[in-house]
Design a binder for this molecule. Structure first.
Ligand SMILES: NC(=O)c1ccc[n+]([C@@H]2O[C@H](COP(=O)([O-])OP(=O)(O)OC[C@H]3O[C@@H](n4cnc5c(N)ncnc54)[C@H](O)[C@@H]3O)[C@@H](O)[C@H]2O)c1
Length: 308
């Protein structure tokens, strides 16, 4: 089986790539390297530096590689950037996705996997943990583009028979996450704590997130590539529990030996206050997270120490 992974040089996509290779898949990676890194590319993968907005270049890849599975991770991932540049967010996250969907139908792809966001599409939850039936009310253009993406995937399924699964991730963390961005709090705290720099918390720090380790997310991708699926095609992928940023800070402080207190700043616009996910649906498929928050943080900190 051959899988084409868009965004395969990114944080999550690169782990997904490694898991597919370990499971015996042939892997083709398409990435424009806007945030991804060539060094995350597995030497066994076939790589094309192409933008998902470039339909004709993408088509040449589909024609040559004829993938069985398409796993779409390429995206503009910043909530803050999306609030300032909603057009560009939509160009990449919606139009880029439509290109990949179009070609997946044209070249008879057997299953399409789409990475959505459980943290961004439900908005400020009316009940917790959010299950897949929770009303959708995104607070940012990023959340809107991710949920629009889901609707397009469903449209291509209903109208052209494209088989699919949607993964709605919580806050994914682990090695290879960019510590220099404005998202990815574990990577950012990790680097700042190891370098004895200030750590900023936006808001009062009681905001809660569902932290899930990247290897567990990669396993969920593999499971949903191979599982026999019924009507339920959207899956929350998270730990199922909320962890406040203050608690996260204290756990990381203990692990790194950091001595300072956090610096509190104004809450950021477009961000949800509390969200964590009901993961019963994917657990029924045989998935559960295997790496605890503490263990995941230890592994991430080790990687940052090694200059990941
Ligand atoms: N990190 C999280 O907690 C999280 C949570 C929910 C959903 N997601 C989704 O998971 C996916 C991967 O996120 P990530 O955290 O690994 O981010 P990332 O930025 O590390 O990965 C995105 C990858 O896509 C590539 N890319 C971006 N625009 C592209 C384009 N126009 N054409 C081709 N490649 C392009 C980047 O170079 C990068 O390699 C995204 O779809 C994101 O929306 C992530």
């Amino acid at each position: 089986m051959k899988v084409l992974i868009t965004g395969g040089c990114g944080f999550i996509g690169s782990h997904v790539q490694d898991h597919y290779l370990r499971a015996g898949y042939e892997v083709v990676v398409v990435d424009n390297l806007s945030s991804g890194k060539k060094e995350f590319l597995n030497s066994l993968a076939n790589f094309y530096q192409v933008d998902v907005r470039d339909f004709s270049s993408l088509e040449r890849i589909f024609l040559k590689e004829r993938p069985d599975i398409v796993n779409h991770h390429a995206a503009q991932i910043s909530v803050v950037y999306s609030t300032r540049n909603p057009q560009e967010d939509a160009e990449i996250n919606i139009k880029g996705l439509i290109n990949v969907l179009d070609l997946s139908v044209k070249y008879s792809v057997k299953r399409f996997l789409f990475s959505s966001s459980g943290g961004a599409i439900y908005g400020n939850p009316i009940y917790l943990p959010c299950d897949e039936f929770h009303p959708v009310e995104p607070l940012s253009p990023y959340g809107v583009s991710k949920y629009s993406g889901e609707l397009y995937v469903r449209y291509f399924h209903k109208n052209f028979g494209l088989d699919y699964a949607v993964l709605r991730y919580g806050n994914v963390f682990g090695p290879r996450q960019d510590p220099y961005g404005e998202a990815g709090v574990v990577a950012i705290f990790g680097l700042n704590m190891l370098q004895d720099k200030e750590c900023f918390i936006f808001g009062d720090g009681n905001q809660e997130r569902d932290f899930v380790y990247v290897e567990d997310v990669a396993k969920a991708n593999l499971l949903l590539t191979e599982a026999i699926l019924g009507k339920e095609r959207e899956f929350n992928v998270g730990s199922g529990v909320g962890t406040s940023v203050n608690r996260l800070f204290n756990i990381m402080k203990d692990i790194t030996g950091y001595k300072r207190e956090p610096v509190y700043k104004e809450a950021r616009k477009g961000e949800v206050y509390r969200v964590y996910l009901n993961t019963e649906r994917i657990r029924r498929m045989g998935w559960s997270p295997s790496v605890s928050l503490e263990e995941g943080i230890r592994r991430t900190v080790e990687h940052i120490k090694q200059g990941n």
